[in-house]
Unconditional design. Structure first.
Length: 217
């Protein structure tokens, strides 16, 4: 989440859509006084029985906005007038590709990539109950199921979409996008990891963005 009062834009940061890299690039271009949400551990966190990230998710007006704060939370923090007048954008990714990316990132992070079997694990109730497997990007750029982002960039068209938005908000020049948190999968075709069952599961989970944005397997 970035809120730039100088350039009057709000970057609604979704998950598994190059958000880390894009935040780093945009942060270098906005003013020091603009809001760039981060997950650094504040001093008071050591006295709190609740993780500071959870507090940011639930009570952003008290503890600050989470990096994946929702549009509704941003609106509550900065007020309806600013929220409605600022240009809001997000990046979204084909849900089947996004799901595979999340799975392999988690496996890689834990050093379990040698045991990776996406279709097997996604079919497992135990795995789905104990692992972080279901994203909720939809709530980040919608309010009451209405899309409030002025522009949603398709992940596969990221460079072209960003250049269009940068021109619109007045941030001219090349955006230096570091390649962070990438390369967890050794192939580009997410489809080969799916069976009919897991393909249908992802379709059910993310029906709203699939229908709204026209994604297909």
């Amino acid at each position: 989440m970035i809120i730039s009062h100088k350039y009057k834009f709000i970057f609604l940061r979704t998950e598994k859509t190059a958000g880390t890299s894009l935040t780093a690039a945009l942060e270098a271009m906005v003013d020091p006084g603009d809001v760039v949400a981060d997950m650094s551990r504040p001093g008071w966190a050591k006295f709190s029985p609740v993780h500071h990230g959870a507090l940011k998710r639930k009570l952003p007006q008290l503890f600050g906005l989470h990096v994946h704060a929702t549009a509704a939370q941003a609106k509550a923090v900065i007020g309806a007038a600013k929220f409605n007048s600022y240009f809001k954008f997000a990046v979204e990714r084909n849900p089947w590709d996004r799901q595979a990316s999340l799975y392999f990132q988690r496996k890689n992070k834990r050093g379990q990539d040698g045991d990776a079997d996406f279709d097997r694990d996604m079919k497992s109730l135990l795995f789905r109950s104990t692992e972080y497997v279901r994203l909720n990007n939809w709530s980040i750029y919608t309010i009451n199921n209405d899309i409030v982002a002025d522009e949603i960039i398709r992940y596969e068209n990221l460079d072209a979409g960003l250049q269009k938005i940068l021109a619109h908000i007045g941030l001219m020049g090349a955006l230096n996008m570091p390649s962070l948190r990438s390369g967890f999968r050794d192939d580009e075709d997410y489809r080969r990891h799916y069976s009919d069952a897991t393909r249908a599961m992802v379709a059910r989970w993310y029906r709203k963005e699939i229908d709204a944005l026209g994604f297909a397997f």
